[in-house]
Write a protein that binds this ligand. Sequence first.
Ligand SMILES: Cc1cc2nc3c(=O)[nH]c(=O)nc-3n(C[C@H](O)[C@H](O)[C@H](O)COP(=O)(O)O)c2cc1C
Length: 168
Amino acid sequence: MRKTCIIFGSTTGTCESLASKIADKLGIAANDIINVNDFKAEMLSEYDNLILGTSTWGAGDLQDDWYGGGLKILQSNDLTGKTVALFGCGDSASYGDTFCGGMAELYDAVKKQGAKVIGSVDADNYSYEASAAVINDEFVGLALDEDNESNLTDERIEKWVEQIKNNL
Ligand SMILES: Cc1cc2nc3c(=O)[nH]c(=O)nc-3n(C[C@H](O)[C@H](O)[C@H](O)COP(=O)(O)O)c2cc1C
């Protein structure tokens, strides 16, 4: 069986709790939920599927901890044969012109290194102005907004997990 981990970066704990929710739905064990601060290049040989999560900070930037080494690991290793799914959280009301933009940096990195990316979602189901994480009217991964639309989170996760689970 292909092994899956979740790697997340989170400043105030929002993306971290979303990572746990997603893990629950996919039956991923707590050991395989990794804070990006603990992510090491050697772990890439252990996992076939990477679910990568980030909140968005600054103006459309990745969550800070990703810049501490995790992004570099993705950018400097061959990811051919890996399947990657992305999720992100942001605030579409206060930061509607960079909503969940941080996912774009992860997307670009893993695509460039040969990973297969799954789990894009229809952007029409969100209220936002612009996002670097939207390509052809789809977010490159699951966009979540705990600041304004937390009532939609469970349903969004449920639907997304159904979409990706048979491809992991
Ligand atoms: C200073 C600041 C900048 C932010 N910038 C963005 C942004 O550009 N785009 C976005 O979607 N959300 C932005 N957010 C919202 C956070 O991404 C959001 O609150 C998220 O849920 C925080 O998750 P975390 O606790 O896992 O880091 C920003 C929040 C703050 C306080």
